[in-house]
Design a binder for this molecule. Sequence first.
Ligand code: MF3
Ligand code: CO
Ligand code: CO
Length: 254
Amino acid sequence: MAIIIKTAEQIDGIRKSSHLAAETLKHLEQFIKPGIKTLELDAIAEDFMRKNGAIPATKGYKGFKHASCISPNDVVCHGVPNDYQLLWGDIVNVDVTTILNGYFGDTCRMYAVGEISEYAQQLINTTKECLQIGLQQCFPGNHLNNIGYHISEHAHKHGYSVVYEFCGHGVGLKFHEDPEVSHIAEKNTGPILKPGMIFTIEPMINAGKARCKVDRKDGWTARTIDGKLSAQFEHTVLITESGHEALTDVYHDF
Ligand code: MF3
Ligand code: CO
Ligand code: CO
C-alpha cells in the first residue's frame, strides 16, 4: 500500500480531530489521582469525546472494547482499562484516538500519580525528548527512518531500550495506514517524506529490556518482559512544505 497524500480538506478534518484528542488528554489531567480506577478514567475520556461529537476509534477496533488504552508502570501500550486503582508514585500513559467527522487523530502522554521517583521522571523526560527529536526529522525530502534512527540514538545514550514490537503509523482517513514508523531504524533508509503525509510518532522507551509480552487473559495489555518501567508519548504529525505540524501538540505542556 502507498502512503496517502492528504488533501487540504482532509488535513483540516484531521487537524480538528487531533485537537480534540489532545483536549481529551488535557481534560483527564484533573482526574489522575491515587484511587481512581483506569476503567473510570476510560469512561471520562469516552464521555468527553462523545460530548464533543467524536467517537473513540479504539472501541470495537479488532475486538478492543474501550475508548482509551491506559498503561501504568510496566505496561508498554494497549493497556486494557480495568479495576486497577492508580497508586501514589505510579506513572501512567493514556492513549486516545478520536474519529471526528470521519477523521482520525491519535495521541498519548504520560501522567504522574502524586509524586514519582527521580528514576521514573527521568524515563518520562527522555521519552518526551525522543518524541521531540523524532519531530525534528519531519521535513520534506528526509528519509522516514531518520526519525527512528535519531530516537533510538537518544534513548540508548541514556541507557534505555526502544520497543520494536509496536510502531507509529500513517493515520487520518483510517486508524492505521501506511507507512509503519519504526522507532529504531537505520539512517537514511525508508520512504522520502512529502508534504501532505500524516503519521504518528509514538516512541515506547523501556528502563530495562526492549521485549514485551502480551497479557494472556485480556489479549491486549503489553508489559515489559522484565517488569521494569516503560513510557510513551505520541503525536499525529503532518508533513508541510516547510517542515511539519504536530497536529496533536495543542498545549505544548508535556
Ligand atoms: N492508539 C494506539 C496507537 O497509537 C492503538 C490502540 S489500538 C487498540 O496506535 F486496539 F489497542 F486500542
Ligand atoms: Co498511534
Ligand atoms: Co495512539
